[in-house]
Ligand binder design. Structure first.
Ligand code: AMP
Ligand code: MG
Length: 494
């Protein structure tokens, strides 16, 4: 027995899944395995040979106790509604209660065609699988809620995209795979009873405090809004661009999910888009809070039949939740920003308004002078210690920076914290290293073209300690050459 499965989704919501088996693959080989996460899950794999592990995580061997199924969901993709998407290349194997008592989904991605595959082949390629692995672990290390990779396995099978690529399967661990699109799927079918069961399932799983309450559906909407506001605020404060914030890629749990075309900003510009399919810039960096609100409005719509039955005022209150989202987001975002500016948390009031202006003016400076987002924040910590040179070196118009820095220094002085303590606090929230696009591409290219996983493992190790500047790994902290970032494109297709 390796996994102690307890499959509550399969039991509670059989209408929202089709029992299915993973496709067998010819030559499974373990590319990466997340020992830390396996420990967290209480997995005992010591008794399994490397071959058996590879077979297990390729889907060739369905583990005992699993009840593999393709989940049904709908979704708005780039604003257009598809009433049926579903797991076209993924399977939920089941759920495990981890060492801390948290229920976690174990799913395969790239495990072959399902009834939801439409025209797709149900497969995934090594590059995107390793990209999802890397990005998820980077987010985890940054303290950002995320689904995580447990294993990446090469299948020994070709996958046909624009070119022929080596195939792979990712094992993904998630607080759940419930999405805004899960609710949309049921709502679109007009099945109020099933909608109620889905909501109760989600509430029991993610908001147990609401169980049995008369206003629990409004409570669920509020809770998802709160989690998404907090999540997207964290994205915005580290420069993360999700790239494909369709409603089927927005979780109820508040975890980041589906690392397809995501990438981190280099030079600060809210209009930044890396995804090749996002031609209109719908999911540009600066649009993410607006899109989160738009997606939540779709969740509210889906919940409407339940809200309407809940209380006379519930529909109006749901509207209030959506209307209040920008303020909710702003609170989280500004709190994170103030910490990065080296300001202690303050109570709401006039100081905060001044801090927001300082934050806005800083971002405007970064944008105007195309300064690297990550390096700038990090160098600001040096400035807090009385060493402004590294920061000034990043700017062309230093007079503008100096004038702004003087305002910040006055604000710092008003707090009376000493410089070293302030800088340490800033470095604890401002990463030294992020997954730089050129580094990610190098690591993936080595794995795909040369079968060399060493660059991937090195990058992963560096990203697992993002706050600590370690001169040995200085090359990983450096931005990509400007011309490389300008033409950088990412592609969907895990
Ligand atoms: P994503 O862009 O990964 O969020 O996927 C959107 C939808 O397309 C989901 O329903 C996926 O299951 C489906 N899909 C994406 N790629 C494939 C594929 N290669 N084969 C089958 N279905 C896919
Ligand atoms: Mg998706």
């Amino acid at each position: 027995m390796n996994f102690a499965f307890d499959n509550s989704y399969a039991r509670a919501l059989p209408e929202l899944g089709v029992p299915w088996r993973p496709a067998a693959v010819p030559a499974p080989r373990l590319l990466a395995f997340n020992h830390e996460l396996a420990d967290e899950l209480g997995l005992d794999l010591a008794s399994l040979s490397a071959e058996d592990q590879a077979a297990l995580f390729a889907g060739n061997q369905v583990p005992e106790g699993a009840s593999p199924l393709a989940q049904a969901y709908a979704g708005h993709q780039f604003g257009g509604f598809s009433p049926q998407l579903g797991d076209g290349r993924a399977l939920l194997l089941g759920e495990v209660v981890d060492r801390d008592g948290r229920r976690r989904d174990i799913a395969l991605k790239g495990s072959g065609r399902t009834p939801f595959s439409r025209g797709g082949d149900g497969k995934a390629a090594v590059g995107p699988v390793l990209r999802e692995y890397l990005m998820g672990e980077a987010m985890q290390a940054l303290g950002i809620p995320t689904t995580r990779a447990l294993a990446a396995v090469a299948t020994g099978e070709p996958v046909y995209r624009e070119e022929v690529l080596p195939g792979a399967v990712l094992t993904r661990v998630a607080a759940s795979h419930l999405r805004v699109g899960s609710f949309q799927f049921v709502a679109a079918r007009g099945d109020a009873a099933l909608l109620g069961r889905l909501a109760d399932f989600a509430i029991a799983r993610h908001d147990p405090g609401l169980v049995g309450r008369a206003d629990r559906h409004l409570g669920l909407l509020r809770a998802v809004a709160e989690r998404q506001a907090a999540l997207v605020a964290q994205w915005m404060n580290v420069g993360f661009i999700h790239g494909v914030m369709n409603t089927d890629n927005m979780t109820i749990s508040g975890e980041t999910i589906d690392y397809g075309p995501c990438a981190f900003l280099e030079a600060y510009d809210p209009a930044t888009v890396f995804s090749s399919i996002d031609r209109g810039g719908r999911y540009a960096f600066g649009n993410q809070p607006l899109i989160a609100r738009w997606n939540l409005a779709r969740l509210a719509e889906a919940l409407l039949p339940l809200l309407a039955g809940e209380a006379e005022a519930a529909v109006a209150q749901a509207t209030e939740v959506i209307d209040a989202f920008p303020t909710l987001f702003d609170g989280h975002w500004r709190r994170g920003q103030r910490a990065k500016l080296g300001l202690a948390d303050v109570k709401p009031g006039d100081v905060q308004a001044g801090d927001a202006q300082l934050g806005d003016d800083w971002l405007a400076l970064l944008q105007a002078q195309q300064v690297d987002f990550t390096l700038a924040w990090r160098a600001l910590a040096d400035a807090a210690e009385g060493r402004p040179a590294p920061l000034r070196d990043l700017f062309v118009d230093r007079a503008a920076l100096d004038a702004w820095l003087q305002r910040l220094a006055q604000r710092w002085a008003a707090e009376g914290r000493d410089g070293a303590a302030r800088a340490a606090a800033m470095r604890s929230v401002g990463p030294w290293v992020i997954p730089r696009n050129h580094r990610v591409e190098q690591a993936l290219a080595a794995a795909v073209k040369d079968g060399d996983l060493a660059p991937f493992q090195r990058l992963l190790a560096v990203l697992q300690r993002p706050l600590v500047d370690d001169p040995r790994f200085a090359a990983y902290a450096e931005p990509a050459p400007r011309e490389l970032t300008a033409g950088y494109r990412t592609f969907c297709g895990t």
